[in-house]
Design a protein around this ligand. Structure first.
Ligand SMILES: [Cu+2]
Length: 267
């Protein structure tokens, strides 16, 4: 039986249970280009998946900008602080604590770096998060070391140490704020103006320092133990992304939503 006849029979019956060897041959002949294309697509996709897995690349959502903050150069030389003068804090950190001015992660990235959208957003007010951002004083340290809040979002300071502390925010454009805190107390404040890198110290323990960043939009992140960041929910467009580190300064890049941006600070 010729292929053409077999094709006709197969299509006339259109039931695989009625196909004989000739029908099968005709089917393969008719679809060989389709089969070849499918094989190429399958192997192509497998190649792409393998490449992605090999490079560790993560697909970026259309409304997001992702990246990491890298550090190059010699390991930073940081001050050591003994906590002998405060028995409760000394128990929590018997060997003392290191300054957190520059915290390099094992993967050569930086912790405590603010990443935020500086420019490119529609000029409009954004909803204020309902919950305060909490900062604890524990082991005679501020935890976390760097926070970001929106303008007028509450910031709550706690004291879980037996020692007394005195929180003192020293803004450049907002109002000075200075409050004594005994164990278990909780104080709330807020800052009405945009400000980057506002230092907060404890008047009692000179090594205690942290930073508050006050922003006009919700598109920000502070890096943690893997040095990465994700900013989600962006409208399509190109944005100026600024990153800030307390000792190493700032960097900016223009970045499109849906793409990746890595920054490198040199020590
Ligand atoms: Cu203190």
């Amino acid at each position: 039986m010729s292929v053409r006849v077999a094709e006709k029979i197969c299509f006339n019956h259109c039931q695989p249970s009625l196909w004989n060897a000739d029908c099968l041959l005709a089917f393969i002949t008719m679809n060989r280009k389709l089969l070849a294309t499918s094989i190429l697509l399958v192997t192509g996709n497998a190649f792409l998946i393998a490449q992605t897995a090999k490079s560790g690349a993560v697909p970026v959502a259309a409304d997001s900008i992702i990246g990491k903050i890298l550090y190059t150069g010699p390991a930073p030389v940081l001050k050591h602080h003994s906590l002998n003068s405060e028995p409760d804090c000394d128990k929590k950190h018997p060997t003392g604590i290191m300054s957190q001015e520059i915290v390099v992660n094992p993967n050569h990235t930086l912790q405590n770096v603010l990443v935020y959208v500086k420019d490119g957003l529609p000029n409009k007010p954004y909803p204020l998060p309902a919950t305060p951002v909490k900062v604890d004083q524990s082991g005679c340290m501020f935890l976390p070391h760097v926070i970001a809040v929106m303008v007028n979002q509450p910031v709550q300071f706690l004291n879980s140490d037996a020692a007394s502390h005195n929180v003192h925010a020293m803004p450049a454009v907002n109002r000075d704020w200075n409050v004594a805190q005994d164990r278990g107390s909780a104080e709330i404040t807020k800052f009405p103006k945009f400000e980057i890198g506002m230092p907060v110290r404890c008047n009692i323990h000179k090594w205690m320092q942290m930073y508050i960043n006050v922003l006009t939009n919700p598109f920000y992140a502070v890096t943690g133990k893997d040095g990465s960041f994700v900013i989600k929910g962006l409208p399509p467009g190109e944005y100026t992304i600024e990153v800030w580190q307390e000792k190493l300064g700032t960097q900016t890049l223009k970045v499109k939503a849906g793409t990746r941006a890595d920054f490198t600070f040199k020590g």
